[in-house]
Design a protein around this ligand. Structure first.
Ligand code: HEC
Ligand code: HEC
Length: 272
C-alpha cells in the first residue's frame, strides 16, 4: 500500500513506526541478547576479544601475518549491519563452498579469513582460537532462523554487491583523487595507516588471495564501510578508489605457506 492512499494520521503513524523499526532494530548493531551464563559466556567474550584484537591477542597472534584485526573489515566486531556483518551469519552454515567443492562449517569459514585476509596461517580445527571466534559469531545469530546457504559461504547480511558492468570501468587515476580527498587523512598518503587506522597495502595488509584484493569485492565493501562513519561514496567512486588501493603491492598468496602441517589441518580442499 502506498502512503498517499492512507488517511493522513495512519500515514504519519506508519512512518513513525517504520522509522522506529528501522532506527531501533534494523540499524541497531547490538543484538538484544545478554552474554550466556557460565563458561559459555566466557568463551563468547574471549571470541569477541580476539575479533577486536586479532593481531595482538596471544591466542590469535601466532596465526596472523599482518597488522589487521577481524574488526578492521568486520566493522564493530561484526555488529555493523552491512560492512562484514556477523549478524545472523551462523544461520547460513554449514554452507556449500565452490572454492573447496564441499560443504564447510562456520568454523572452516573463520579459518579461511586467517589465511587470506589476515595473511596468516590457518589455525587447527577445534583449537581454542577457532572455537572461541566461532562461538562469538554464533552468539551474534541468537534467534536467527537456520537457512543454510546452498550456493556460497555467505550469511544473509553479507555486503550488497555492486554491478560493475553498469558503471565505467575502474580507473585508478580517478581513484587516486578520491583517495586523497576521502581516505588519506586516516590511512596516510602512503596507505600505511597509523596506530588508529589500519594499513591498506604493503606486507602489513591483506594478501592477494583475500576477497578485498579483488575490485568487485572491495568496491561494495567500501560503499557501505568507508570513509569510516561517513560511508557516502558513489558506486563509481567506490569502484575507482578500490582500483587505486589494489594497484599497490601486497603479499602474494601461496596456499602451502598458509596451511598448518597435515596432522593439524583437518579437512581443507581448495587447490589454490
Ligand atoms: C581484510 C579484510 C578482512 C579481515 C581482516 C577479515 N575478514 Fe572475514 N571477510 C572479509 C570479506 C570481504 C568477507 C566476505 C564478506 C561479504 O561478502 O559479505 C569475509 C567473510 C567472512 C565470513 C563469512 C561471512 C558470511 O556472511 O558468511 C566470516 C565468518 C569471516 N569473514 C570471519 C573473519 C574472522 C573471524 C576474521 C579475523 C580472524 C576475519 N574474517 C578477518 C574480509 C575480512
Ligand atoms: C576517519 C578515518 C577513516 C577514513 C577517512 C577512511 N578510513 Fe578506512 N578505515 C578506518 C578504520 C579505523 C578502519 C578499521 C575499522 C576499525 O578498526 O574499526 C578502516 C578500515 C579500512 C579498510 C579495511 C582494512 C585494511 O586496512 O585493509 C580498507 C580497505 C579501508 N579502510 C579503505 C578506506 C578507503 C578506500 C577510504 C576512502 C574512501 C577510507 N578507508 C577512509 C578509518 C578510516
Amino acid at each position: 500500500m502506498s502512503y498517499d492512499k492512507l488517511p493522513p494520521i495512519a500515514a504519519a503513524l506508519s512512518l513513525i513506526i517504520g522509522w522506529w523499526f528501522f532506527a531501533g532494530n534494523a540499524l541497531t548493531a547490538e543484538p538484544a541478547v545478554d552474554y550466556p551464563p557460565g563458561k559459555l559466556g566466557e568463551v563468547v567474550r574471549l571470541g569477541e576479544e580476539i575479533v577486536l584484537q586479532t593481531d595482538q591477542h596471544p591466542l590469535s597472534k601466532p596465526y596472523v601475518g599482518n597488522a589487521l584485526r577481524c574488526t578492521s573489515c568486520h566493522l564493530e566486531g561484526g555488529k555493523h549491519p552491512q560492512a562484514g556483518s556477523f549478524l545472523q551469519t551462523a544461520a547460513a552454515y554449514p554452507a556449500w563452498s565452490p572454492r573447496e567443492s564441499r560443504v564447510i562449517t562456520l568454523e572452516d569459514r573463520v579459518l579461511n579469513c586467517f589465511m587470506r585476509s589476515q595473511n596468516g596461517v590457518r589455525p587447527p580445527n577445534g583449537s581454542q582460537v577457532a572455537v572461541a571466534v566461532t562461538t562469538y559469531i554464533t552468539w551474534l545469530s541468537t534467534g536467527a532462523k537456520i537457512e543454510m546457504n546452498a550456493e556460497k559461504p555467505l550469511g544473509p547480511n553479507h555486503v550488497p554487491p555492486i554491478d560493475l558492468a553498469a558503471h565505467q570501468p575502474a580507473n585508478s587515476e580517478r581513484g587516486k583523487i578520491v583517495y586523497l580527498q576521502r581516505c588519506s587523512e586516516c590511512h596516510g598518503e602512503d596507505g600505511g595507516g597509523d596506530d588508529d587506522n589500519p594499513p591498506l597495502w604493503s606486507d602489513r595488509s591483506y594478501n592477494d588471495g583475500a576477497g578485498l584484493s579483488r575490485v568487485e569485492k572491495l568496491a561494495p565493501w567500501l560503499k557501505v564501510a568507508m570513509p569510516l562513519d561517513d560511508a557516502t561514496l558513489s558506486e563509481q567512486e567506490a569502484i575507482d578508489v578500490a582500483a587505486f588501493v589494489n594497484s599497490h603491492a601486497r603479499p602474494r598468496f601461496n596456499l602451502k605457506d598458509h596451511l598448518p602441517p597435515p596432522e593439524r589441518r583437518g579437512e581443507y580442499n581448495a587447490k589454490k
